[in-house]
Structure formats: structure tokens, C-alpha cells
Design a binder for this molecule. Structure first.
Ligand SMILES: C[S@@+](CC[C@H](N)C(=O)[O-])C[C@H]1O[C@@H](n2cnc3c(N)ncnc32)[C@H](O)[C@@H]1O
Length: 420
């Protein structure tokens, strides 16, 4: 096995970055659950300790629900994020927006009065939402109640505040559905439990709303006010600098660590919400995310670590080899485009996981270092942290022995590099 000892030596195990027992739900970070969210304290510390001097723009190419963007705002730095999942964009937009709280509270009171009246007259007319298999995932009552709330939000509220309510409704959709809430993938609860499953849709919704209003108040009190843009472009085939018309000073991100189908199914997690929100092709999102393509063309990888481990997987299972290969092709293209958009002496901080496929560990932190080095970045360090808080499948280990299988993924690698 060829191991680059320089990269290994830059790996520093630091349990201070585990942030055990901290509150990860401060400010608007309390909104909406999402798979593999970054812990705000990581983005906060990265910005504090590693943002280049005079940083004007922080970028997150996989912004998810906007953890980095909220932290950039708190640090008083402008930021931009992109994500291909419409639900993630909605949550991120809502988390960073400067809403007028009074307007939000008035709107909540109106919803509350109308829902109260509705509860006592369930027969009242509602324009029911429809999409494929809606009855498979929701009871008749829940369909009626969510349709009622959605109609009110869309018809009565100013466009400016609609997102705030849609975020709370999206979380309600998931919890009031027949999905097993302990899973990110879409699985229905057992048949015999369905008859007894009578969720309190309005109760769930107003609980979320109250919690989110409290988070919003805390964020508003900080007085933070920066420029934040959230896009839906794909850095695998688009150059951020061309879209943003500005160079990036610092990238803080947690990319997926494999294709959605075999790792974290962001699309499946979001599907019912996206369907209620009227997103076209809501069931196809996992296919457009990193590694979702089925091109299966053979390429020579720039990263020797990627090539080496892929060759091993190919000998064991060609299908899994193709999954990993497609992901790594996208990852490399994305890093090339991101690198190209960063200014001289700008930096990147990539928080990655090293998954194990067929007993072979994919050293995504080494691959990240190699790919950025090819783009003239210098490796500053890789911080190895334990992940006590993050909700994601457990798979790998902190060992420096690439390829050695271990049972659980309890570590994350924060790769920090600087453009020369
Ligand atoms: C680990 S999550 C990011 C979580 C985020 N840091 C947070 O705290 O919510 C990775 C995200 O990458 C997104 N994604 C996957 N492929 C993408 C692509 N090609 N371009 C943009 N976003 C992508 C997924 O939709 C998902 O939201």
C-alpha cells in the first residue's frame, strides 16, 4: 500500500472538536431535522480560527440546511450556499432570513384561530392536495389538515414570510405521515400500527412554529445582518465564481461521503415534503445528487488513493465499484470548480467521512487533500474528531491504515488547506 506520510502526519486527533454535550440547536439551528447536519460549533470554530484575514465571502457548495451560512452570519461575514435539494434550500433560506417577528407572530395567531375553527368543523370544504401515492403515506384526516394549513399559508400570507411557515409544515408532514421517523429512508410503519396512528397534526405544527419563533428571536437579538445568497447550482459542472461574480475567501462545507442511494438518502428523506411543496421530480432527487449518475464510463483518477481503493472494490463487486466511482468523478469535478473560484491565499475546510464499502475504506480525507493539492492548495492540517452528535449511519474508523475495515464510523475528518 502506498501511503503519503505527509498527509498522515497532518492528521491530528483532537477531542476538543467533538463538542460533547453542547447545544447544537441554538438560534435558527433548531429548525427542521435533516440527515448528516453539520454541528454549528464546527463551522463556528472553523470561521473563528481558520478564516483568512479580511474574509468577505464564505461559500458552502453543499449547504444543506444552511449551518455554515447561519454561522457566517453570526460572524458578520457574507455567504453563499448551493444545494440541489429544494427542501434543503427552503430550510436554509428560512434560517438566515431577517424576518419581521411581529408579522410572523400575527400570522401564527391567524393560523391558530383558523385551525381552531377548522378542528370543530372537520367537514368544512378544503381543496385537497394530491400526488402519487398520497393515501399510502397519509391518513385521510392528515391530508385534510395539511391541505388546510398549506392553502392558508399560500393564500393569506405575504410571500416574504411563507417560507417560515412552510419549514414548520414540512417537519409536520414527516412526523404526521406513516413513515418510520427513526429512519432517513422512506419506510412505512407496520400495517397493524396504521389503524391506531392518529397524529395531532395541528399540535405538531404549532410546536414546531413556537420552537422556530424562539430560535428566530434569539438570532434577531444578535443584530446579525449580512448578505446571503442560496442557489441551486451544481459545482460538479458549474463554476461558482462565474455564477456569483465574486471570488471566494473561505469554503466551509460537509460534502456527502458517498452517493445518496447507498449512503445518506437526502432525496428520500425529503421526498414527502418536496411533494407537498409541489416540487417536480421530487422522487428523483437522489439521482441528481453526487454519484447519482449511471454513466459508468471508465476514467483514470487524478487521486491515486481513489484509484487504488476503487481497483480493490472492482475485484470484489462491480456494482458497488460503479457507485463509488460515479461519486468520486463528481467529487473531483466539484473540487476543480470550487478551487478555481477561490482567491490566492483563500482556504477550504472540508468536513468528510471515510466510508467502508465491501470492507475497503475510502479515505475521502486523503482524496480531498490530493485533489486540492492538484489545484495548487497547500495542506495545513486534518483534524480528526469523534462524532457523538451527528445522526448518520456508522461505518468507519480513525485508523491511519487505509483499507483496514472497522465496524463503526465514529470519526470525521476536517481537511484544512490554503491556496498558493
Ligand atoms: C452532508 S449534507 C450537508 C449538510 C449541511 N452542512 C447542514 O448542516 O445541513 C450534504 C448536502 O449535499 C447536497 N448535495 C449532494 N450533491 C450535491 C451537488 N452535486 N450539488 C449541491 N448539493 C449537493 C445534499 O442535498 C445534502 O443537502
Amino acid at each position: 500500500m502506498c501511503v503519503n506520510f505527509e498527509i498522515m502526519e497532518q492528521r491530528i486527533i483532537d477531542n476538543e472538536w467533538s463538542f460533547v454535550g453542547v447545544n447544537t440547536k441554538e438560534y435558527t439551528h433548531c429548525y427542521h431535522n435533516y440527515p448528516a447536519m453539520m454541528i454549528p460549533q464546527i463551522a463556528r470554530r472553523l470561521i473563528k480560527d481558520y478564516a483568512p484575514k479580511d474574509t468577505k465571502l464564505i461559500f458552502d457548495p453543499y449547504c444543506g440546511t444552511g449551518t455554515t451560512l447561519v454561522e457566517a452570519k453570526l460572524a458578520n461575514i457574507n455567504s453563499t450556499g448551493t444545494d440541489l435539494n429544494p427542501l434543503a434550500q427552503l430550510i436554509a433560506r428560512s434560517k438566515v432570513k431577517n424576518y419581521n417577528i411581529e408579522k410572523i407572530i400575527n400570522a401564527k395567531n391567524l393560523l391558530s384561530e383558523e385551525s381552531f375553527k377548522f378542528s370543530f368543523n372537520l367537514q368544512s370544504e378544503v381543496d385537497l392536495y394530491k400526488f402519487k401515492n398520497i393515501e399510502y403515506w397519509f391518513s385521510e384526516n392528515v391530508i385534510k389538515e395539511i391541505s388546510f394549513l398549506l392553502n392558508l399559508i399560500k393564500s393569506k400570507f405575504d410571500k416574504n414570510i411563507q417560507d417560515f411557515f412552510l419549514v414548520a409544515l414540512s417537519e409536520t408532514v414527516r412526523e404526521a405521515s406513516y413513515t418510520r421517523n427513526s429512519e432517513f429512508k422512506l419506510y412505512r410503519i407496520q400495517k397493524h400500527k396504521i389503524a391506531n396512528y392518529k397524529p395531532d397534526t395541528f399540535g405538531l405544527f404549532f410546536n414546531k412554529l413556537n420552537r422556530n419563533i424562539s430560535g428566530l428571536k434569539d438570532l434577531t437579538k444578535t443584530g446579525a445582518n449580512t448578505k446571503i445568497n442560496i442557489y441551486d447550482f451544481n459545482t460538479c459542472n458549474q463554476n461558482p465564481k462565474e455564477i456569483m461574480k465574486q471570488e471566494i475567501d473561505f469554503v466551509v462545507t460537509s460534502p456527502p461521503y458517498g452517493d445518496s442511494r447507498t449512503t445518506v438518502a437526502y432525496g428520500q428523506f425529503s421526498r414527502l415534503s418536496n411533494q407537498w411543496l409541489g416540487i417536480e421530480n421530487a422522487s428523483q432527487i437522489d439521482n441528481i445528487l453526487m454519484g447519482g449518475s449511471k454513466n459508468h464510463k471508465e476514467i483514470e483518477f487524478t487521486s491515486k488513493y481513489a484509484q487504488k481503493e476503487l481497483d480493490k472494490i472492482k475485484n470484489i463487486d462491480v456494482k458497488r465499484y460503479n457507485d463509488v466511482k460515479e461519486f468520486l468523478i463528481d467529487y473531483e469535478n466539484s473540487i476543480n470548480n470550487v478551487s478555481n473560484s477561490i482567491r490566492k491565499n483563500g482556504r477550504i475546510a472540508y468536513v468528510v467521512g471515510n466510508r467502508t464499502v465491501k470492507g475497503i475504506q475510502i479515505p475521502l480525507d486523503y482524496i480531498t487533500v490530493e485533489l486540492f493539492e492538484k489545484n495548487e492548495f497547500k495542506h495545513l492540517k486534518t483534524i480528526v474528531r469523534e462524532i457523538p452528535n451527528k445522526r448518520m449511519p456508522k461505518e468507519n474508523s480513525p485508523t491511519n491504515k487505509i483499507g483496514v475495515k472497522s465496524k463503526t464510523m465514529s470519526n470525521e475528518y476536517i481537511v484544512i488547506m490554503e491556496k498558493q
